[in-house]
Design a binder for this molecule. Structure first.
Ligand SMILES: Cc1cc2nc3c(=O)[nH]c(=O)nc-3n(C[C@H](O)[C@H](O)[C@H](O)COP(=O)(O)OP(=O)(O)OC[C@H]3O[C@@H](n4cnc5c(N)ncnc54)[C@H](O)[C@@H]3O)c2cc1C
Length: 391
């Protein structure tokens, strides 16, 4: 570790490492610091769905546009990452089914499917028979499904490993097991203190996941409103190979099942508002298994390998905070909530563009860190004319 860098990234999750890799490729000196190992936050726990269509919800138009742009960035990103790291990020263009477990689910999902199609999204309603022809493992009691052929998945832990390798190949430095506080002087962020050692940087990019809102060293007015949203998730082992539990990503209104194609099956996830609590509970595990076996009864035969919890970096409007902060030298790349894996490539490209003084992708327009009233450069200029949006 040197005494000074062009950029320091706080957090070696999928978002921080995507930013760091892009920045290192522009020839900058970049240090990534994490209190744990790469992927020790939400990125090491996530399912890895790249699912803008089946995530689309009523009243979230800006998030949908962002998620679609995030999905478009993935194929080239995965290819380049695999090439540069010689590691496979595990992207599988599987398609997705949202399965109705019963008649009531069917009514709700038909409405959701109509909404998806009204937005011009690629989605089709399948009868029970059609759905079971595609996925023979589905329960005979299911009441139809939405087919979203474009939604698919990656392996987030494998992606993090590939990013760390690609970043170091570009000359980037990674410091693990170091607790970070930001350093400020004269109204600007001047670097970090990593386990007590001061390290200077022109830009500090905070990608500290669910902890971004409480990172030490910032005045209250310069913070962003990131809060932890707990998710519990199970890792199961199935036969894999030519007998997958499901070839596609399977979702219901209560859970999702990702078969990675090599015997690993993921069942997720709860959504809980419990602060920084990362305990796995009996209720969480029970609910996930109950919801999964409802549509894929063969889940009963699988081996349970892991039960974990992670903290999503949530924001008040479910949009991330990407851009310059209230203090000079401070940059945010956080608050991606349920979609941090999906949005990591786009965020990395955006942060690199930002430091090159280039425009950000248009879809990130609504993700300005100052939108809830913190004083960033843009909101200062507009402050007298534009009322601060309500949180
Ligand atoms: C159960 C679950 C399932 C999910 N499924 C999906 C999915 O299918 N698709 C999808 O797109 N997203 C999914 N997500 C969301 C996704 O995991 C997150 O949005 C994403 O991982 C956030 O990445 P990050 O790099 O911002 O944060 P993290 O991965 O949490 O990384 C932040 C890092 O910062 C470090 N850190 C924090 N504070 C400090 C400090 N003060 N000093 C030093 N280091 C610090 C932490 O140790 C951590 O390693 C899921 C999340 C959960 C919990």
């Amino acid at each position: 570790v040197q005494r000074s860098y062009d950029a320091i990234v706080v957090g070696a999750g999928i978002v921080g490492l995507s930013c760091a890799w892009r920045l290192a490729r522009t020839g900058r000196s970049v240090l990534v610091v994490d209190r744990g190992a790469p992927g020790s936050g939400a990125s090491g726990v996530a399912a890895g769905m790249l699912a803008p269509v089946t995530e689309a919800d009523f009243g979230e138009a800006a998030l949908l546009e962002l998620n679609l742009a995030g999905a478009r960035a993935w194929p080239a990103f995965a290819e380049e990452l695999a090439e540069r790291s010689s590691l496979d990020p595990g992207r599988r263009a599987s398609g997705a089914l949202v399965v109705a477990a019963d008649h009531d689910d069917g009514l709700e999902l038909r409405r959701l499917g109509e909404f998806q199609r009204s937005l011009g999204l690629e989605s089709r309603w399948l009868t029970r028979r059609e759905a079971r022809e595609l996925e023979p493992g589905l329960s005979p009691r299911t009441a139809g499904a939405i087919l979203a052929p474009g939604d698919h998945h990656v392996d987030p832990a494998a992606t993090v490993a590939a990013l760390a390798t690609a970043f170091e190949h570009e000359g980037g430095e990674l410091a693990v097991a170091a607790e970070v506080a930001l350093e400020t002087a004269g109204g600007r962020v001047t670097g970090v203190r990593a386990s007590g050692t001061p390290i200077a940087a022109e830009h500090v990019i905070v990608a500290a996941g669910a902890h971004s809102g409480v990172i030490a060293g910032l005045p209250e007015s310069a913070r962003v409103r990131v809060r932890p949203v707990k998710g519990q998730i199970l890792g199961l082992r199935g036969p894999g190979g030519s007998h997958p539990l499901a070839a596609r990503l399977v979702r219901t209104l209560r859970c999702y099942v990702v078969d990675r194609g090599d015997g690993r099956v993921v069942v997720g996830a709860t959504t809980e508002d419990r602060g920084f609590d990362e305990r796995v509970t009996a209720e969480g595990v029970f609910r996930l298994l109950e919801a999964a076996r409802e549509v894929l009864p063969d889940v009963d035969e699988l081996e349970v390998v892991t039960a974990r919890a992670g903290l999503r970096p949530g924001s008040p409007d479910n949009l991330p905070f990407v851009g310059r902060g209230a203090l000079e030298g401070l940059v945010w790349a956080t608050g991606h909530g349920r979609n941090g894996v999906l949005l990591a490539p786009l965020t990395g490209t955006a942060i690199s563009a930002l430091l090159d003084e280039e425009p950000l992708p248009a879809e990130l327009g609504p993700c300005r860190p100052g939108r809830f009233g913190a004083l960033d450069g843009q909101s200062l200029a507009l402050r007298s004319a534009t009322p601060v949006p309500a949180p």
